[in-house]
Design a protein around this ligand. Structure first.
Ligand code: A3P
Length: 318
């Protein structure tokens, strides 16, 4: 194993050192790999994952740009797939945070090696999640027909959510100056996993090309029409609701996965992820348009224009 580890590390180091680099809003060095920016830790995880992942046809991948609704989507998928296996008391969502149940290869499983032991993942189908853009993920998936569900959201709300999250993780007051430098990074695209538009477009184009393998969801639509979106998700994953289930099960899943409910579960009030992040930081307000309370009209206009420019010609509405 140690030989493998050294092999991975050396190969990664030489690959990374040849990439274009820049500095993110917080001083972290970022590297441009396959069109998007990554810090060296997640990039090593990405490279290991691309090299060593052995996909199974039934795998399901939950994909997102950070702070766009990943936790919610993970919870919904777990609840959908587990709906006939558990009673209210022993449900996996009561025992672990959605991030514990649906691990990130690049940030956890493959962070240190291209050959992790995945035997502890016993769920069937296996569930993974990622913040990689689609073209980068595809390298790891080889030609697997596995299903990918993507969620994104208004860039302004993602930005403010990220700001709050970062401050909570660092245990500091929300400083305006940090929001402003994050804003500049979002606009230039030099942010972990960014540019935002590059990321969203990769999955949008992927879903247009192959509706059966990529489902493209929007946080705002999940909020406004949760029943419709949940049924769409169930159909896409090959586990549609029966007429019988439509009466109660849809509502039960939405309630179980609601922000209010998840936030108040003991495991999410007190637990931590394997990387030490407090579960509670993944649940805040979950509002649509809340960013207008933090961004000036000029900031909103600037970032909207940048996104519009990049989305032009894609038919993607935002
Ligand atoms: P806000 O910071 O705007 O409240 P991610 O899961 O990708 O990290 O995204 C975090 C955002 O999703 C946060 O947004 C968080 O409050 C919101 N969120 C988390 N769980 C949710 C749920 N069950 N329903 C709706 N929104 C949720």
């Amino acid at each position: 194993i140690s030989k493998n580890l050294r092999g991975d590390d050396e190969e990664n180091a030489s690959l990374i050192s040849a990439l274009p680099s820049d500095v993110g809003f917080d001083g972290t060095k970022l590297f441009k790999y396959q069109g998007c920016w990554h810090d060296s830790t997640s990039l090593q995880g990405i490279l290991n994952f691309q090299r060593g992942f052995k996909p199974q046809d039934t795998d399901i991948i939950v994909a997102s740009f950070p702070k766009c609704g990943t936790t919610w989507l993970k919870a919904l998928i777990v609840a959908l797939l587990e709906r006939s296996n558990h009673s209210c008391d022993d449900h996996p969502l009561l025992l672990d945070n959605p991030h514990g149940l649906v691990p990130f290869p690049e940030l956890r499983l493959f962070m240190e090696t291209s050959k992790p032991d995945l035997t502890s993942i016993t769920s069937s189908p296996r569930l993974f999640s990622t913040h990689m853009p689609l073209h980068t993920l595809r390298v790891a998936l080889k030609n697997s027909p596995c299903k990918i569900v993507y969620v994104w959201r208004d860039v302004k709300d993602a930005l403010v959510s990220f700001w709050y999250f970062k401050c909570a993780i660092l245990k500091i007051e929300e400083e305006r100056s940090m929001l402003e430098s994050m804003f500049d990074s979002f606009c230039s695209g030099v942010i972990n996993y960014g540019p935002f538009w590059e990321h969203v477009l990769s999955y949008w184009k992927g879903s247009m090309k192959d509706l059966k393998s990529v489902l493209f969801l929007k946080y705002e639509e999940l909020k406004t029409e949760p029943h419709v979106q949940l049924k769409k998700l169930a159909e896409f994953l090959g586990c549609p609701f029966t007429v019988e289930e439509e009466r109660g099960s849809v509502e039960e899943i939405l309630e179980l996965c609601s922000l209010r409910n998840l936030k108040n579960l003991e495991i999410n009030k007190t637990g931590r992820t394997t990387r030490g992040a407090a579960h509670k930081n993944f649940f805040r307000k979950g509002e649509v348009g809340g960013s207008k309370n933090y961004l000036t009209p000029q900031m909103e206009k600037r970032i909207d224009m940048i996104i519009a420019e990049h989305f032009q010609g894609s038919d993607l509405e935002f």
